[in-house]
Design a protein around this ligand. Structure first.
Ligand SMILES: Cc1cc2nc3c(=O)[nH]c(=O)nc-3n(C[C@H](O)[C@H](O)[C@H](O)COP(=O)(O)OP(=O)(O)OC[C@H]3O[C@@H](n4cnc5c(N)ncnc54)[C@H](O)[C@@H]3O)c2cc1C
Length: 401
């Protein structure tokens, strides 16, 4: 039996390791195909943009790591999947499969707003390693000739946490350099209130974030629909215009082209529709995990905000998909559990722990706690994750971190 996994980030790596735990090399051949030869710890990208980490410090080579687990790694870009003939087409050849797991994450849908960038327009972003590096260079240039800044998210965004992290960390950096008085900051978000996060809010996040923005003198605009970004301004659909010498706007996401262009595989946005076992709704030999999965928003908001898919949730999905694939082989029962989330939001001088279980409301647990200890915990977790995953082990307990 041959299991093919597309993508080697949180979703792909965890699925591969969890499958190898359950199925020996005699029971199944596992192959991972990814277009990036290195794993990058994406949650640290704001630190790359702020200059406190290099990409080398937060990444490791995939080939050697997979080798230890008798998992074959192919460095290639997937161009198309043919579900009927069970073939994956790549720029380095064609690969057959018995079971396929899609963990290809997202594409930034920069076409949604003129000017979203950085490689399509003048705005900056944090959604990938090259974008974080570009933001770091732009920030360096900005600090030599500061002016007003606009940060936030575009309509339809789902990965909202990093926008908060970035605005707080920039505020802290400017204060440390005694430059904050020269930089008016505006935060624009499609969320109906601060701390909605695409999940209807979490505990006291709203009250806390409103207080924090006021304390830090950051003007904020909710239900804001960014409609255009130029080199000197950010415009909203209601006609408001903010002068800006540095704009970092998180885009809405879509599924990657390879999924969008494969027959009957994705929804119109290119995300993969799955059942509660993370199995494709039409093709029973295809599973999907992580950002590649299609989830509906939790509520209707005046400006669209989408449901986030965090790394923590991605690992839970991967563990469940691996369990369910192995269950088919071993004749065990399948599992389906609601996703929960735990995230630490770096605010520069301290951090906030956000915990929601289940993530989709109503919930049993909704916790928001802030303090310096969470900043240390976030830094320690990054080191621990890279150390453990780089040695072929999952950080996830049975169902998540
Ligand atoms: C700035 C930022 C900060 C974040 N902070 C946190 C946090 O603090 N906590 C948290 O839990 N989550 C956080 N997240 C979310 C987290 O990073 C994602 O949920 C996670 O990366 C999703 O993992 P994934 O495996 O689904 O996809 P991705 O990480 O997007 O990986 C996709 C994989 O697919 C491969 N791929 C893509 N297209 C192709 C193709 N055509 N062919 C072959 N391979 C392909 C890529 O090479 C990569 O290996 C953050 C995200 C961002 C952007």
């Amino acid at each position: 039996m041959k299991i093919l996994i597309l993508g080697a980030s949180f979703g792909g790596i965890t699925t591969a390791y969890e499958l190898r735990k359950r199925l020996s090399p005699r029971q199944c051949e596992i192959m991972v195909i990814a277009k990036d030869p290195r794993f990058t710890f994406i949650p640290s990208l704001p630190w790359v943009a702020l200059g406190s980490r290099s990409l080398d410090q937060i990444s490791f080579d995939l080939a050697g790591t997979f080798d230890r687990k008798e998992i074959e790694f192919v460095h290639a870009g997937v161009t198309r999947i043919e579900p009927e003939s069970r073939q994956v087409l790549t720029d380095a050849g064609q690969y057959p499969y018995d079971v396929l797991v899609i963990a290809t994450g997202h594409r930034s849908a920069n076409e949604a707003v003129p000017g979203l960038g950085p490689f399509d327009g003048p705005a900056h972003s944090l959604m990938s390693p090259p974008e974080a590096e570009e933001a770091r260079e732009a920030l360096r240039t900005f600090l030599d000739a500061p002016g007003p800044m606009v940060m936030g998210c575009a309509p339809g965004a789902s990965c909202i946490g990093p926008a908060y992290e970035f605005v707080f960390q920039v505020d802290y950096l400017l204060r440390r350099r005694r430059m904050r008085h020269r930089v008016p900051i505006a935060f624009v978000t499609p969320e109906p209130f601060l701390g909605h996060f695409g999940v209807g809010g979490i505990g006291k996040a709203r009250q806390f974030l409103e207080g924090e923005f006021e304390q830090r003198d950051i003007r904020y605009f909710t239900s804001a629909a960014v409609s255009k970004i130029t080199g000197s301004a950010v415009e909203l659909a209601d006609g408001a215009t903010f002068e800006s010498a540095f704009s970092l706007i998180i885009p809405p996401l879509a599924g990657v082209k390879a999924i969008a262009e494969s027959p009957d595989l994705g929804n119109p946005k290119g995300f993969v529709p799955v059942d509660e076992n993370y199995r494709h709704q039409t093709f029973s030999d295809i599973y999907a995990v992580g950002v590649a999965v299609a989830f509906p928003p939790v509520d209707e908001t005046p400006v669209p905000v989408n449901f986030p898919k965090t790394g923590h949730m991605t690992e839970q999905m991967a563990a469940m998909a691996a369990h369910n694939i192995a269950a088919e082989v071993l004749g065990d029962g399948k599992i389906a559990r609601p996703l929960h989330a735990e995230c630490i939001l770096d605010m520069g001088d301290r951090a906030a722990l956000i915990k929601a279980d289940p993530f989709r409301p109503p919930r049993n647990v909704a916790r928001f706690s802030e303090g310096r200890r969470w900043l240390w915990a976030k830094k320690a977790f990054e080191r621990y994750y890279l150390w453990k995953t780089g040695r072929g082990k999952t950080v996830a307990g049975e169902w998540g971190w």
